[in-house]
Design a protein around this ligand. Structure first.
Ligand code: ZN
Length: 108
């Protein structure tokens, strides 16, 4: 699972952020990411990345970003945000490109 980003910590610390929207979306390519190693490494190679480095980038980091279920991942992130930042409230939303970008609140 992806670590909570320093950007969020910075915003909480310096900008007074106390409410966070975690937005998931349908059709997320992070689902099944581990099955797409060949595609991703080949894409990195086309971008000029050395073969060993391309493989290492995928092998070292892809697992952090791979998810099985975008909604479940968003809800998990909400829990982590509120755990790490106890005075911050978070909510999960689902962005749906197939229905005019409908954004709906995901109930916990
Ligand atoms: Zn995605």
């Amino acid at each position: 699972m992806a670590p909570l980003r320093f950007g969020l910590a910075y915003a909480v610390a310096t900008k007074g952020v106390r409410h966070v929207a975690v937005v998931a979306h349908r059709g997320c390519r992070a689902t099944g990411l581990s099955d797409r190693r060949t595609e991703v490494v080949a894409g990195l190679r086309r971008a000029g990345v050395d073969a060993i480095v391309a493989s290492a980038l995928f092998d070292d980091d892809a697992e952090l970003y791979a998810i099985d279920d975008p909604v479940g991942a968003a809800l998990s992130t909400v829990e982590r945000v509120e755990h790490v930042f106890p005075r911050v409230r978070a909510a999960a939303f689902l962005f749906d490109l197939e229905h005019d970008g409908l954004l709906s609140l995901v109930e916990r």
